[in-house]
Design a protein around this ligand. Sequence first.
Ligand code: CP
Ligand code: NVA
Length: 305
Amino acid sequence: MVVNMKGKHLASLHDLTKEEIWQILKTAETLKIKQKTGERHELLYGKTLAMIFQKPSTRTRVSFEVGMKQLGGHALYLSSTDLQLGRGETVGDTGAVLARYCDGIMARVFSHDNIIELCKHSTVPVINGLSDLLHPCQCLADLETILEKKQEFKGLKLAFVGDGNNVCHSLMFGSAKVGMDMTVVCPKGYEPDKQIEKMALEDGLKLEITNDPKGVKGADVIYTDVWASMGKDKEHDDRVKVFKPYQVNEKLVSQAQDDCIVMHCLPAHRGEEITDEVVDGPHSVVLDQAENRNHAQKAVMALLM
Ligand code: CP
Ligand code: NVA
């Protein structure tokens, strides 16, 4: 069944139905094949995506910009310091105006409220390219990667090790929608947001939260992310001490399934949340994840725009 997603926003995976998420994953698979075989797929010919960045980015910026080009369209990189946003124009006014020129808006912001505000004022689809609360595009690429490596989600356990942050939150929503079990292994005080937990449980997530690093036992997927996210840089040195027992190293990985995959959204702080041996080792799929940002987001843009 084809679900019509045209005109929808992607602020959070919580807002999408299971069918919509599957449609994105299947479309991503098709577009990936087309890209690899050189078959043209200019589904967004002549369209423009505005990309607002309040924070730095390598993967998100490049995968969206290249993706838009491959779809026959065009992307505009708009740093918030160059926009009038930097001089006090509201996010709402910015979104309303950009929607008069462009066919979609992707935004990477500090406060998730800015994404909500953009969705409210924009007449074209808004795509969350990371907020302090969520990173849905990352999770879609991650689901695509897990599906490629494991063929199905049912019966899998994903252990997220580290900070209960934006990436963890989106994985909670994503896992709930595809029926994958999740264990969050984090230091005390760094658990996922309670409201997100409640919403993910309502979505049907089978979730365990533990402060014991042994929580990775039996995991099919080990996932980690930086200990101090963008905007929390000042806490970095204190966090390094607290998070040390949660480093994804060979000893920790040996407690998971023999055929487990190790994931990281990147950028990695090698030697902190993950060791060189693991990130470059046989279980790691981090580059496939990074590549799949391109395919998953092309699917999102093609379906929404
Ligand atoms: N994973 C991710 O979003 O990377 P960037 O910060 O480089 O975009
Ligand atoms: N949690 C990280 C993800 C970076 C892609 C951050 O927000 O900085």
